[in-house]
Design a protein around this ligand. Structure first.
Ligand SMILES: CC(C)(COP(=O)(O)OP(=O)(O)OC[C@H]1O[C@@H](n2cnc3c(N)ncnc32)[C@H](O)[C@@H]1OP(=O)(O)O)[C@@H](O)C(=O)NCCC(=O)NCCS
Length: 173
């Protein structure tokens, strides 16, 4: 499963991605906008363990974003369970060197289309921090709609934070 997005290639992770992706992942500015399950500091062993953990997932739900052949970031779907099994949460990050080139907008579009076409999902949602202007912009450009503000719904780096709830629904779903 690969998605050619023009500005990037979204493909399954390989163990060889561990070392190069670590250079981009080990960045506090990236970590500050992600869940704490994304380690900081981030080492090659963290990348290797993550790649091992997602390799066996069927269907594939985690992908590396490659730019000019180089691993530059990641994107994943977290499938819902029980009565929420018709949906998934989308999460993503990109190395700082690659920001502002439209890469994540293209990637979110491609992975959302995959979620609807191949995973038979009805809904994909995201929970950006309310001050994460770049991520909010990505979601809106990719067709996600703001459904709400989740006040004081997270604690990151010792700060209580608000999150927006953004979602998109399968066309004709
Ligand atoms: C959020 C993130 C994925 C965006 O990736 P990206 O490839 O740079 O995004 P794109 O280039 O596709 O789009 C970014 C948009 O935000 C806009 N933007 C970025 N910073 C902005 C700011 N401070 N104010 C206003 N707009 C801003 C860009 O101009 C662009 O919009 P445009 O195309 O209308 O000009 C990247 O910054 C990142 O990985 N951040 C750290 C991790 C993170 O926040 N992950 C998401 C968690 S919900």
């Amino acid at each position: 499963m690969e998605f050619e997005c023009g500005v990037c290639l979204v493909r399954p992770w390989r163990q060889a991605d561990a070392e190069p992706i670590t250079r981009h992942a080990n960045d506090r500015e990236v970590w500050l906008n992600l869940r704490d399950r994304f380690p900081h500091p981030y080492g090659v062993a963290d990348a290797a363990a993550y790649i091992r953990s997602v390799a066996a997932r069927t269907p594939p739900t985690s992908f590396v974003i490659a730019v000019a052949g180089e691993p530059a970031g990641g994107i994943a779907l977290r499938l819902g369970e029980d009565i929420e099994r018709c949906g998934a949460e989308i999460g993503y990050w990109l190395g700082r060197a690659y920001w502002g080139r439209g890469i994540m907008t293209a990637t979110v579009r491609a992975v959302t289309a995959y979620a609807f076409a191949s995973l038979d999902l009805l809904r994909v949602f995201a929970l950006p921090f309310s001050d994460n202007v770049a991520s909010v912009r990505v979601l809106e450009k990719a067709g996600y709609v703001r459904e709400g503000l989740l006040r004081s719904s997270a604690i990151k780096a010792g700060q209580v934070r608000d999150q927006f709830l953004y979602a998109t629904i399968r066309p004709n779903g």
